[in-house]
Design a protein around this ligand. Structure first.
Ligand SMILES: [Cu+2]
Length: 139
């Protein structure tokens, strides 16, 4: 390894460390919740997936600023749990792997009605996996 290669390697290692420190640090809100503060969720919401159907008690009524834990379980294939605004922009999503509890805690800091969709292509009926007005966040 010559000097230029070694300098390049150290540069890449430096980039790797800086990016990891930033993305795992408390300046990223969801990392602060998941890794640092660990807030107690106001509610835990069970979401189940089977045969291309999402089952969840809807509408989920929550208050702005509450931490909500979603616990999604699939009994067959891998799906996605995605929460979307009415303009179809996504707030967050997680992969729902079969046979385990897939958990995510989220703080809803905006009010309104939100849809839930599967965000992981799971098969021919995937595009029907859409719960309209599944979540209502009030002030
Ligand atoms: Cu799907």
């Amino acid at each position: 390894m010559d000097k230029r290669e070694r300098n390049w390697l150290f540069f890449l290692i430096g980039i790797f460390i800086v990016v990891n420190v930033i993305t795992l640090s408390p300046i990223v809100p969801w990392q602060r919740w998941m890794l640092w503060d660990k807030p107690q969720p106001a509610k835990t919401v069970d979401v189940s997936y089977a045969d291309y159907v999402i089952t969840m008690d809807t509408p989920l009524e929550i208050k702005q600023g509450e931490f909500i834990e979603f616990n999604a379980v699939s009994t067959d294939v891998t799906y996605g749990f995605g929460v979307f605004r009415k303009d179809n922009s996504m707030i967050f999503q997680m992969q729902v792997m079969p046979g385990i509890q897939n958990k995510i805690t989220w703080k809803f800091d905006e009010t309104g009605w939100f849809d839930v969709r599967s965000t992981e292509y799971s098969g021919p009926k995937h595009s029907d996996m859409h719960l309209v007005d599944a979540i209502h966040v009030a002030e």
